[in-house]
Design a protein around this ligand. Structure first.
Ligand code: ADP
Ligand code: ASP
Ligand code: MG
Length: 424
């Protein structure tokens, strides 16, 4: 559910408001935090009011997660959220100290203090409402409000987290509710590229991407923006500007599609190795079986993604699906019960898979993209295990070891490599 968006409030008629979000690498150490403070002060001097949203420093969320698993085999979800929210608390207070040192009034807010109200699903909570009065008051008083990303307070008054990468969602939700001119997402790359620049050095920076394309990129592994933040931006028309906190140069604008511009057939190649494949073998091929299996998975909150049912032979069929690796143990427990209940022959799983996707709005009007994708993968000797499509996306599940090779080959074959690539 989306939060109730209250009447936008801009501090005074001629001042516009920017939400600036700084990811983990952007606040990784004292020097980075001071650089961020300088940037916020400079933005403020240019006349814009600023609400800053920050992530935990560097990889400290990963460190806290590891620590939790060192003390407990299955950390209690409520306590895990309590632990993880500590990371962002450190960065908001440090950033405020740096701002105050620069003569800029600043106040830090936890998610709860900022009025981020969520449902009760620990670890993957959804924002149900943003009660931003305290933030509005701070902005009206001329303060920089510095808000802890990724966290909220549930309708049952417990601390929650929004899922990994969730600071993006905090930032976009606040931008929507506050009626901000834009939501700037500062990160460690220059913007949204045609592929993850860490896998494809020849990837090109995209000056603009439509909400629709960004949704499919985020849903298939383009983790530069969290999926929920993009859904939010589209639903509330928030203009998102993804850019670097190292160069401070303009990056990528994510906003409504511009009908006057010709659409690229393919805007990007994404990949995702966070899921596992599960197969239930020789399921009786009769009405209601798929409903029974997937209802049971949904009831256990397993996030099922791709589903493939094979051709039926002798009244039996195999059903495979993918789900996040962190849901694998739960999914296997459900499937073991299902094996008995629907009288299937067995259950198998494979965590060593990856998904490679082509995303592009122009695909809608260009036949043959799927055929070319399969030919490219075949030429690389990459076996396709599952296929799924949407209007503007084609995804293939392949062996995890083939992912990088597949992404690079597709990027080249669909003419996405930067023009000067390979020149040196
Ligand atoms: P932050 O900590 O700032 O939120 P993230 O690590 O969540 O940063 O997201 C930025 C990373 O996203 C980049 O370092 C890059 O490796 C990765 N990434 C994946 N796909 C893309 C893409 N298509 N364009 C840009 N970055 C991408
Ligand atoms: N610190 C959280 C994470 O690492 C949230 C975020 O960075 O967006 O996932
Ligand atoms: Mg992120």
């Amino acid at each position: 559910m989306d939060p109730g968006v209250a009447t936008p409030l801009v501090p005074c008629a001629h001042v516009s408001l920017l939400v600036q979000k700084f990811g983990g690498t952007s606040v990784a150490d004292a020097e980075r935090i001071k650089a961020v403070a300088d940037h916020i002060v400079a933005t403020r001097k240019e006349g814009d009011a600023v609400v800053a949203v920050v992530s935990a420093m560097g990889r400290s969320t990963d460190d806290l997660e590891r620590l939790a698993h060192d003390v407990s085999q299955a950390p209690a979800p409520r306590e895990m959220d309590m632990l993880l929210t500590a990371g962002e608390r450190i960065s908001i207070s440090l950033l405020c100290m740096a701002l105050i040192d620069r003569g800029q009034r600043a106040v830090s807010f936890t998610g709860s203090q900022a009025g981020i109200v969520t449902d009760t699903s620990h670890g993957r909570a959804k924002i149900v409402e943003v009660k931003a009065e305290r933030i509005r008051d701070a902005v009206a008083a001329g303060d920089i409000a510095v808000v802890a990303g990724f966290q909220g307070v549930s309708t049952a008054r417990d601390v929650t987290t929004l899922g990994r990468g969730g600071s993006d969602t905090t930032a976009v939700a606040l931008a929507a509710v506050l009626g901000a001119e834009a939501c700037e997402i500062y990160t460690d790359v220059a913007g949204v590229y045609t592929a993850d620049p860490r896998i494809v050095p020849q990837a090109r920076l995209l000056p603009r991407v439509s909400y629709e394309e960004m949704l499919d990129m985020a849903a298939t592994g383009g983790k530069v923006l969290a999926l929920r933040s993009v859904e939010f931006a589209r639903n509330h028309g928030v203009a998102v500007h993804v850019r670097s906190s190292f160069t401070w140069q303009p990056g990528t604008w994510v906003r409504e599609e511009d009908p006057s511009m010709e659409q690229a057939i393919i805007s990007g190649v994404t990949h995702d190795t966070s899921e596992a494949k599960i197969t239930i073998e020789q399921v009786p091929d009769r009405p209601g079986v798929a409903a029974t299996i997937f209802r049971a998975l949904a009831d256990e909150l397993v996030n099922v993604d791709m589903i493939v049912q094979n051709v039926s032979t002798a009244g039996h069929t195999d059903v495979s699906f993918t789900a996040p690796k962190e849901d694998l143990a739960r999914a296997l427990q459900v499937m073991e019960k299902m094996r008995v209940e629907v009288d299937a022959a067995g259950v198998s799983h494979d965590p060593l898979i990856g998904r490679v996707s082509l995303v592009g709005a122009g695909m809608k009007s260009h036949p043959g993209v799927a055929a070319q994708m399969f030919e490219v993968l075949a030429a690389e000797g990459v076996n396709i295990e599952m296929i799924s499509t949407s209007a503007i996306r084609i995804s293939c599940v392949v062996h995890e070891d083939d992912v990088a090779k597949a992404v690079r080959a597709l990027h080249r074959a669909f003419d996405l490599d930067a023009p000067d690539a390979g020149a040196s």
